[in-house]
Design a protein around this ligand. Structure first.
Ligand code: HEM
Length: 106
């Protein structure tokens, strides 16, 4: 998918993760987030257009998405255990990772 569509999915599903009272629903939203973040690694942001795929900028961009995926897995482990308060606390870091990377690449 185009990067904007992957980002839109991340936004919609993060809203579900933050608001749901259902462990299975949170898990499903996190799975969609993980797939969108993986797919986003195939794209290049406009701010890095023209840079080679192995440039330091592109490596940093993919590292940001890998950091997001690592945290998605952390939250998901709590969601499948139905530990929703703990999952919500860890989910705050997803928004922090978003903000840090938007400053760099958006
Ligand atoms: C939960 C995490 C994130 C959410 C909810 C999120 C959400 C969004 C949204 C809603 C947009 C606007 C899309 C549009 O124009 O329709 C956007 C744009 C963008 N995001 Fe994210 N984002 C997240 C994480 C990240 C990460 C980790 C990176 C980079 C490592 C990133 C890089 C970008 C870039 C580069 C754009 C501009 C689109 C472009 O250049 O083509 N985002 N994001």
């Amino acid at each position: 998918l185009p990067l904007e569509q992957d980002m839109d999915i991340l936004g919609v599903e993060l809203a579900t993760v933050q608001s749901t009272d259902s462990g299975p629903e949170m898990h499903q939203a996190l799975q969609k987030m993980q797939a969108a973040a993986e797919d986003a690694k195939k794209s290049a942001p406009y701010t890095l257009q023209g840079q080679a795929p192995d440039s330091s900028g592109m490596k940093d961009y993919r590292a940001g998405l890998d950091q997001l995926i690592t945290q998605i897995v952390v939250v998901d482990k709590l969601a499948v255990l139905n530990k929703l308060p703990e999952a919500r606390t860890e989910a705050k870091k997803l928004a922090e990772i978003r903000n840090q990377n938007h400053k760099k690449f958006r």
